[in-house]
Ligand binder design. Structure first.
Ligand SMILES: C[S@@+](CC[C@H](N)C(=O)[O-])C[C@H]1O[C@@H](n2cnc3c(N)ncnc32)[C@H](O)[C@@H]1O
Length: 431
């Protein structure tokens, strides 16, 4: 039966908990910052719950404490640790540590909550960049390179590790979104129908989930980033098959209040000689896709446009688009859908399947026309519009593209993955 103590709660300058010593006497609670005593109190508060838990201790009904550290003893403008400990009156009895609480001074909390606009453009939400820039400006100087993005993530994690700083609204909103899409996408991945009973022998489309959560979460992340920079418009998906990516991305759109358009024949690929595909591959019926999106996505934000692109866009003009995701397998399909390119916001992002890492070389996109390569028609169209594209390889078969001059860079997948892994480490109950 040693000294027992527990810190139940801390907020601002107040600490509450309980402590019990073997001699049955009240216990002194101390708070220290940098080894200096900044506050102390004596137990005595009524705690019938602890009495039930520790009936063998004499004073267990009156072992509670509430300790207030004077604000003028707390550093206002930096992060610091408060060590809280319990000290029995008898020097023969052992002291007990209740915990070390990482805290931020009130001025620092206010500084981050009111972080000035940094005017830095990068692949993170603009206000999140502003917050990190207010705390660690050096971590925001190179948001284009993977090394620079990783340095930013490390600084962000240092901020998020401090409870009172992580409550900064811009950070809390970003975390809520990341948490929501991570959890939702994992659910879709686990429960989306895998088999495609209609697949021909030897066909590519035997599997109902032809891309990965990592590829789609990169797109969902960029949607949040684009919105944070005030890029207006809807989101368009070209090529949905059974609706695996649609289920995930419609959920992301619903979180953001963005409308989503799904363009598909709902009869599979059109004929495309020498492409290696057969007409009708990757067919998902309209009702089948709608049912999947209803069950595992957010159908309310989606408008379905049925038809081959060469027919659909003969008359239809989509509204302004802030982002486009295409997984259409074919050069001719990309050419047909690129008639919407001028509907894209000048700062919009594009994502395409059928990319390989070697295509992306120091910001240049090097590729050559082939019937199964949808990228050249995209590059050509944006050259024609006077908005040449740059980009980066993401993961699997997905690449990200954005206008070199006006676009907002897309976060490298390995950095997003690193961020999510670190969040799981520091906030295991939230991520
Ligand atoms: C590989 S699948 C898309 C996979 C989807 N992103 C997913 O998560 O399952 C290709 C899709 O593009 C559609 N598609 C390709 N070319 C098309 C065209 N020219 N017109 C309409 N739909 C087309 C096909 O019907 C098919 O649904």
């Amino acid at each position: 039966m040693g000294t027992r103590a527990h810190l139940d709660a801390q907020a601002l300058n107040r600490f509450a908990g309980w402590a019990l010593a073997r001699d049955g006497k009240d216990v002194r609670i101390e708070a220290r910052i940098d080894g200096q005593l900044v506050g102390s109190t004596i137990t005595g508060g009524e705690r019938p719950d602890v009495e039930r838990l520790c009936p063998q201790y004499k004073r267990s009904r009156f072992c509670g404490f509430s300790l207030e550290v004077p604000f003028d003893a707390i550093p206002a403008d930096r992060v610091f640790d408060v060590v809280v400990s319990a000290h029995p009156q008898s020097p023969l009895l052992p002291a007990a540590k209740l915990g070390t609480v990482r805290m931020a001074g009130t001025e620092l909390v206010a500084k981050l909550a009111n972080a000035p606009r940094s005017d830095i453009t990068g692949p993170f939400p603009s206000k999140v960049i502003d917050v990190v820039a207010a705390m660690e400006p050096a971590a925001c100087t190179d948001l284009e390179s993977v090394i620079g993005q990783k340095a930013f993530v490390e600084a962000l994690i240092r901020v998020l590790a401090v409870p009172s700083l992580r409550e900064t609204p811009a950070l809390a909103d970003y975390m809520r979104y990341l948490r929501a899409i991570s959890a939702h996408f994992a659910t879709v991945d686990a429960f989306f129908p895998t088999g495609n009973a209609a697949s021909r022998a030897e066909a590519h489309d035997f599997h109902g989930k032809p891309n990965s959560v990592g590829e789609i979460i990169s797109i969902a992340h960029q949607l949040y980033v684009l919105k944070s920079y005030g890029i207006d418009g809807d989101f368009a998906e070209f090529g949905c098959f059974k609706g695996f990516s649609s289920a995930m991305l419609s959920f992301a759109c619903s979180q953001l209040g963005v409308k989503m358009h799904i363009f598909d024949s709902f009869e599979g690929l059109p004929p495309a000689p020498h492409s290696g595909y057969t007409a009708g591959d990757y067919a998902g019926g309209l009702e089948e896709v709608q049912e999947n999106v209803r069950r595992l996505g957010a159908i309310d934000v989606v408008t379905f446009h049925k038809g081959f692109y060469s027919d659909t866009f003969r008359e239809y003009r989509p509204p302004q688009l802030m982002c486009l995701w295409m997984d259409v397998d074919l050069e001719l399909s990309a050419r047909d859908l690129m008639v919407v390119a001028d509907r894209l916001h000048p700062r919009a992002s594009l994502f395409s399947h059928e990319c390989i890492g070697e295509m992306f070389q120091n910001g240049e996109i090097i590729t050559s026309p082939r019937p199964d390569n949808p990228i050249p028609p995209v590059l050509d169209k944006f050259e024609e519009l006077g908005r040449p594209l740059t980009g980066r390889f993401m993961l699997g078969n997905t690449g990200a593209l954005w206008p070199r001059e006006s676009g907002i860079p897309v976060l490298a997948f390995e950095v997003l993955d690193d961020l999510l892994r670190k969040l799981r480490e520091i906030l295991p109950r939230s991520f």
